[in-house]
Design a binder for this molecule. Structure first.
Ligand code: MN
Ligand code: MN
Length: 308
């Protein structure tokens, strides 16, 4: 089974590195998002979900809408979360980058103390991820993972985000049932050999909870519904054919939909609950958040990191 995950894992790891190198002041967010998605395709995969670029207190589920004019600014804390699927087998990984972080010491950057703090957020998220990965093996209880994340993060006087979790994955399914906690709490469920898990701690100096924003640019097919509008039925067919049950960007279908009345059709799919809307999420106290994520496969005596 590991063989099926090798290709998407390598694609994600390669594109993640290229995306990190691309981050710089005044880069358009939509250019970064499209670069990631195009590179995944060039390497023989498909995006398993839209590339998420979540900046500062925006924590997850932000992708560019069509004609997104937003830019990366010096000092922004940028979370790049990307996924590739090959034949439905998914690899999911994320990294956090400080815009201008490679220019520390030069005059045009933020005060040094500020920069140090951003790096502390980034490094703590990475450390929490590494600490979890070092204990993962068949039979480990989920509560052990939550304990490790919370202890690692608290040791730096920071907080994990409690209402975001990692997740198990299956073929064509991004969240297949198990939630991998980032905080303490009784959970005796044991992970098993062969489980495919996305481990993703989020670290902040805020209260450590995320809340919905009004923006929604990512959706997922939920169920068939009776639809009066022909264009809505046509749109839903395209979505099912192209993305199965995986999340997709509104801009993807907007670009490829040949019919008219796209907005009307889309609104009908949302209001009839044929689609699930992923609201962009932000930290409740507007504090900055860093994230680190890898996909691993559980083994008898450890785990295999497919996105390393
Ligand atoms: Mn992810
Ligand atoms: Mn994930």
């Amino acid at each position: 089974m590991i063989e099926m995950y090798e290709k998407p894992g390598k694609i994600v790891s390669k594109v993640r590195g290229m995306a990190v190198n691309k981050v710089k002041e005044n880069l358009k967010v939509c250019d970064l998002v499209e670069f990631v998605e195009e590179e995944i395709k060039k390497l023989g995969g498909e995006p398993a979900f839209p590339c998420n670029i979540s900046i500062n207190e925006v924590t997850a589920h932000y992708t560019s809408p069509l004609n997104d004019e937003s830019l990366l600014n010096l000092g922004d804390l940028v979370k790049i979360d990307l996924g590739a699927q090959v034949d439905g087998y998914i690899a999911d990984s994320a990294v956090t980058v400080l815009v201008g972080g490679d220019k520390v010491g030069s005059d045009d950057l933020l005060p040094e103390v500020e920069v140090e703090f951003q790096f502390k957020l980034i490094e703590t998220a990475q450390k929490a991820l590494e600490n979890v990965i070092s204990v993962i093996k068949d039979g480990v209880e989920l509560e052990k993972i939550g304990n490790i994340v919370e202890d690692t993060v608290n040791a730096e006087n920071l907080n994990p985000v409690s209402n975001l979790t990692g997740h198990s994955m299956d073929r064509w399914i991004l969240h297949s049932g198990l939630s991998i906690p980032n905080v303490k709490g009784e959970n005796k469920h044991k992970i098993r050999e062969g489980d495919v898990l996305a481990i993703e701690p989020f670290v902040t100096n805020g209260v450590g909870r995320v809340t919905d924003m009004k923006e929604v640019y990512i959706f997922r097919f939920l169920r068939d519904r009776p639809l009066r509008m022909v264009q809505a039925r046509k749109l839903l067919d395209i979505i099912k054919q192209n993305y199965h049950n995986l999340p997709f960007a509104e801009r993807w279908v907007q670009k490829s939909f040949k019919g008219h009345q796209f907005n009307l059709a889309m609104n009908q799919l949302i209001s009839s609950r044929a689609l699930y809307p992923y609201h962009a999420l932000k930290e409740k106290s507007d504090a900055r958040v860093a994230q680190a994520e890898h996909t691993v496969i559980v083994e008898p005596d450890g785990c295999h990191i497919i996105t390393e």
